[in-house]
Design a protein around this ligand. Structure first.
Ligand code: PGA
Length: 224
């Protein structure tokens, strides 16, 4: 199975999301090639909108096999007096996955390894599968986290995706356990995914820019 994680980041507003779903849902339903891949478990799609759109999005995709919701982050706190935070407890049953430790959170929000450990802990406590993002071997990998996504910062949003060889070279240097799934993220789109898609060592992709337009994302689902 190849996982495709759509990370909208802070890009779409309410009307954009409605438009995205109005194109994505019917096209996914009627495209027999995509349907076959989703239903056979060849691909799984995790759509990660901003928090405010999670519930309406979840409702709209509920009829699609192999398409689920994810969060772009969770709070490092549990439920309590933390104004503005979105906790794992509040997302339990809403999302199946959460992106944790994205490099944009580490750099723009000064997220530390200790914050990330807390977030992984709450994911486990509330049965949310974390997708732990790392920038390279300098970032800590919790041996109990099921998915590790390598995203070199210079490849994020730049169009300069890392080659398969470079990606696998870094993978070899990471302390991964045999059970951990390895994902790649950084400027993946319908044109460059062919170089990674057949490689069994790469179990999934985190997609930012190419997920914001539903047609670009559908092109990726066709190409993978
Ligand atoms: P990108 O973003 O596809 O725009 O490079 C990937 C990510 O940051 O998750």
């Amino acid at each position: 199975m190849k996982y495709l994680i759509a990370n909208f980041k802070a890009n779409l507003n309410h009307l954009d999301i409605i438009n995205w779903l109005e194109i994505f849902v019917p096209e996914t339903q009627k495209n027999t090639q995509i349907q076959q891949k989703l239903q056979s478990g060849e691909i799984k799609v995790v759509v990660c909108p901003p928090f405010s759109f999670l519930l309406p999005l979840k409702k709209k995709i509920s009829g699609l096999t192999g398409v689920v919701c994810g969060a772009q982050d969770i709070s490092r706190f549990d439920n309590g007096r933390y104004t503005g935070e979105v906790t794992a407890q509040s997302l339990q049953g809403v999302v199946e996955y959460a992106i944790i430790g994205h490099s944009e959170r580490r750099s723009s929000f000064s997220e530390t390894e200790s914050d990330i450990s807390q977030k992984l802990h709450f994911c486990r406590q509330y049965q949310i599968k974390p997708i732990l993002c790392i920038r390279g071997k300098e970032d800590k990998i919790d041996p109990d986290t099921p998915i590790v996504c390598y995203e070199p910062p210079q490849s994020i949003g730049t169009g300069d995706n890392l080659s398969l060889d470079e990606t696998l070279k870094t993978k070899k240097q990471l302390p991964l356990t045999p059970k951990q799934l390895f994902f790649y993220g950084g400027s993946v789109n319908a044109h460059d995914i062919h170089q990674y898609r057949a490689n069994p060592e790469i179990a999934g992709f985190l997609i930012g820019t190419a997920s914001v337009s539903p047609t670009d994302f559908l092109a990726l689902l066709n190409a993978v």
